[in-house]
Structure formats: structure tokens, C-alpha cells
Design a protein around this ligand. Structure first.
Ligand code: COA
Length: 162
């Protein structure tokens, strides 16, 4: 049983993330999408909301070998607990590389048996990130092509109550 962890803040999960999740689901027996609790960012959505949205997106995409969980603390400890052999990260552009390289090497130092695997999302998602999605939604732009349907609805709801 080969298990991979796909960690991130997912505030909120986008079609770009989902593209990576689907690719990882083809390569591994089980993929655990892990929503970071202790992020340095101050998320728009609570941990529970981000988790619910990841689960809805995975269901919508019909990916039966993908589950989602929240985690806090050191990522490699969570990965060990799940008996994962790989950490998945998406690389969209060269600008992602330095940060990702640093994180991958640090995780390898902490847990030499866990390998970081970089996947490229479809090029139509190269410009996408969660901040851009939140900003477009906040300013009344259409985000339906950028996020799963459940996320588009959640953004609308969240912004209505602001
Ligand atoms: N499509 C669209 N957007 C993508 C994407 C893709 N395929 N891949 C990444 N992104 C975006 C995210 O939306 C996010 O955008 P934002 O900054 O506008 O919100 C950005 O790229 C990077 O975020 P994300 O992939 O969620 O990673 P992160 O940097 O927020 O999360 C953790 C990093 C949580 C994995 C990392 O901090 C961690 O492991 N923390 C645990 C503590 C730990 O172990 N630390 C030691 C690590 S060496």
C-alpha cells in the first residue's frame, strides 16, 4: 500500500490543487490531503471549513482513494503516522522552486525515508493560487472556472456575511 500526503493551507482548495490531487491519486494507492492548522497565514476559512471544502471537491471529482485530514505540528511526523512514503507538492512555475526545494530538503533531513514528489498541474492553472481566488471573489469577479463548485458557493456565502 503506497500512501502519499499532499499538504497545504488550501484557503480555499482550487482547481489547480485538484489537478495535482487527481494526478497523485493515479500514482499512489492512497492520497491523504492534509490541511495545515498551524499555518503562518491567517486563513479566510477555518480549518473545518477548508477540510469540508477539500472533501467536497474530492467527492465532486470522484476520487475514491483520496481522503482529507487536518494536521498541526511537524508535517513529517504526520506523514510517519500515516505510513506515507511520499509528500506531494505542486510546481507551477520557476518562482515556486526555491521555497519548495528548501522545504523538500528540510523534510528529507528530518525523515530520510520520505520522498518529496513534485507534480506539475495543467498549464492552464499556472497563474492560479488561493490568494488570487479570494481577491477576485471579494471584488465580485467570477471564480467558477478557478475553483470546484462547492468552493464557489462557500466563497459567495462567506462574502455575503462580511
Ligand atoms: N494550484 C493552484 N494553487 C496552488 C497549487 C496548485 N497546484 N499549488 C500551490 N498553490 C498555491 C496555494 O494556493 C498557495 O497560495 P496562497 O499563498 O495564495 O494561499 C500557495 O501556492 C502555496 O500554498 P500551499 O501549497 O497551500 O502551501 P503552503 O505554503 O501554504 O503550505 C505547508 C505549506 C503547510 C505544507 C508547510 O508550511 C508545512 O509543512 N507546515 C507544517 C510545519 C512543518 O513541518 N514545517 C517544516 C516544513 S520544512
Amino acid at each position: 500500500m503506497r500512501t502519499a500526503i499532499y499538504p497545504g493551507t488550501f484557503d480555499p482548495v482550487t482547481r489547480g490543487h485538484l489537478d495535482i490531487i487527481a494526478r497523485a491519486a493515479q500514482m499512489f494507492d492512497r492520497v491523504v490531503v492534509t490541511v495545515a492548522v498551524n499555518s503562518a497565514k491567517s486563513p479566510m476559512f477555518t480549518t473545518d471549513e477548508r477540510l469540508t471544502l477539500v472533501r467536497a471537491a474530492v467527492k465532486e471529482a470522484r476520487l475514491p482513494n483520496v481522503t482529507a485530514e487536518a494536521f498541526s505540528g511537524l508535517l513529517v511526523n504526520f506523514a510517519r503516522k500515516k505510513k506515507a512514503s511520499a509528500l506531494i507538492r505542486g510546481l507551477r512555475a520557476v518562482s515556486d522552486f526555491e521555497y519548495e526545494f528548501q522545504m523538500a530538503l528540510m523534510n528529507r533531513k528530518l525523515a530520510p525515508k520520505i520522498t518529496t514528489v513534485f507534480l506539475m498541474p495543467h498549464e492552464k492553472y499556472t497563474y492560479l493560487n488561493s490568494s488570487i481566488v479570494r481577491e477576485v471573489a471579494r471584488l465580485g469577479g467570477d471564480v467558477t472556472d478557478l475553483v470546484p463548485a462547492a468552493v464557489a458557493r462557500a466563497l459567495q456565502q462567506k462574502l455575503k456575511h462580511r
